[in-house]
Design a binder for this molecule. Structure first.
Ligand code: ZN
Length: 418
């Protein structure tokens, strides 16, 4: 199992430590800081994976400190993690200099720490040949204290934890983990496919249609006004023209915002991890009929969806638009004749009939997921959302469980939403 296969929680509790044990823990803390420093000094700008740092620095840490073998390993791992976060800070354009270890903490794991939930005690390895320290967990009297939720549970097991000394007291940040269920651990995340177009600004794989009717109508009105003003040619007409154009831009942005909100809403409603569009490059050529459209509008829409989605923790990706309009989402058959008119899709092989943009929205998701299966980016998604269920490219359709709040049919009776 990898690190990502677990749910993780931390429960913080104070420890009651005897004066003798206290000095042992203080010394262990000092040795730990030194061990981490040795490992960082050795590995800095040389390596950053746990195993590499361990291989490089373990012997030095053992020779130059009184840490036991497991704590020497953990110190190397600690150094590796800190170096890694320096690297990613630098990649973000921030400054990051070599870490120095000053705070009084020690990392523990299941080999260096044992938790006794019934006795509400913990035993901790110390440095050198000293015995383990045994300390009482000072838990809130209240049985419902959140720490009990993990301590008293058979599902949660203690894992990597940190001992802290602050305000003259010892605290244990006790880490717990619980394996994810098979369902959670396998890659079964869902995406929403979105097709962009002319009569519909956007159509989702869950059959939500965002019509461009109103927008196209208004655009034509604006165009007429602009035409009149241009003909007039006076200075004041020129100024009015600027005002009108500004107003038009504002109107288009307003429409695009509401479409973006609708798309994100749809993704959340169907419990998706992400939203997939077709790539925008070349969209002008693919949609030559669009009077109102410009790359600008689609770029804007994408941008709005991207930041609204990010705020909700969803990713946004694009995929190659090749054949998404000619391919049958049901059987995969690709043919020019599958698209007899702009809005209709009729598969020449399996007879599937559908709204062309809706069929394309499913294809956008499908193509993305197929590519995703071969990539190592690990978005953890394998299916796309329909109104009535999900589709996994290779394994097909699964209806939503009973009680899911959607209509029972996926067949095309597109809802119109402006
Ligand atoms: Zn077909």
């Amino acid at each position: 199992m990898s690190d990502d296969d677990y749910h993780r929680r931390t429960a913080i509790t104070r420890l009651a430590v005897s004066p003798t044990d206290e000095s042992l823990l203080r010394d262990t803390t000092a040795e730990w800081k030194q061990g981490c420093q040795i490992a960082v000094d050795k590995a800095w700008e040389r390596c950053h994976s746990k195993s590499d740092v361990q291989q490089l620095a373990y012997d030095d840490v053992r020779d130059q400190t009184s840490l036991g073998s497991q704590h020497a390993i953990l110190a190397c791992h600690q150094a590796a993690e800190n170096i890694k976060s320096c690297i990613s800070r630098r990649q973000d354009g921030k400054k990051a200099s070599k870490p120095t270890y000053t705070s009084p903490t020690v990392t523990y794991d299941s080999r260096t720490m044992t938790v006794f939930p019934e006795k509400e005690q913990v035993s901790l390895t110390t440095h050198g040949d000293h015995a383990r320290v045994r300390a009482d967990l000072v838990l809130p009297d209240d049985e419902d204290g959140y720490q009990h939720q993990y301590l008293d549970s058979d599902e949660w097991e203690p894992t990597e934890s940190t001992l802290h000394y602050r305000d003259e007291d010892w605290y244990l940040h006790l880490g717990f983990r619980k394996p994810k269920t098979a369902d959670e651990a396998t890659e079964n995340g869902t995406v929403l496919g979105v097709d962009l177009g002319v009569t519909e600004i956007a159509v989702t794989s869950t059959a939500r249609f965002f019509s461009a009717g109103e927008l196209n109508h208004k655009r034509r009105e604006f165009e007429r006004v602009r035409g009149d003003l241009q003909e007039c040619g006076t200075r004041s007409a020129h100024r009015t023209l600027e005002v009108v154009s500004g107003r038009e831009d504002e109107y288009v942005k307003h429409v695009l915002h509401s479409v973006a909100n609708g798309i994100v809403e749809e993704a959340l409603r169907y419990d998706c991890e992400g939203i997939v569009f077709e790539e925008l490059d070349g969209i002008r050529e693919r949609l030559p009929e669009a009077a109102w459209h410009s790359e600008w509008a689609f770029d804007r829409l994408y941008e709005y969806v991207e930041y609204k989605a990010e705020a909700e923790g969803l990713f946004v990706e694009t995929t190659n638009p090749k054949n998404t309009s000619k391919r049958c989402a049901e059987c995969g058959f690709i043919h020019d004749d599958n698209r007899p008119s702009r809005d209709t899709f009729e598969c020449q092989q399996c007879g599937n009939q559908n709204h062309a943009d809706y069929n394309a929205a499913k294809n956008v998701a499908d193509v993305y997921l197929r590519r995703e299966q071969q990539s190592s980016r690990g978005r953890g998604v394998s299916q796309y959302a329909l109104k009535s269920g999900t589709v996994t490219p290779n394994r097909g359709y699964t209806p939503y469980p009973d009680g899911f709040e959607v209509e029972p049919t996926d067949k095309p009776h597109p809802q119109r939403s402006e």
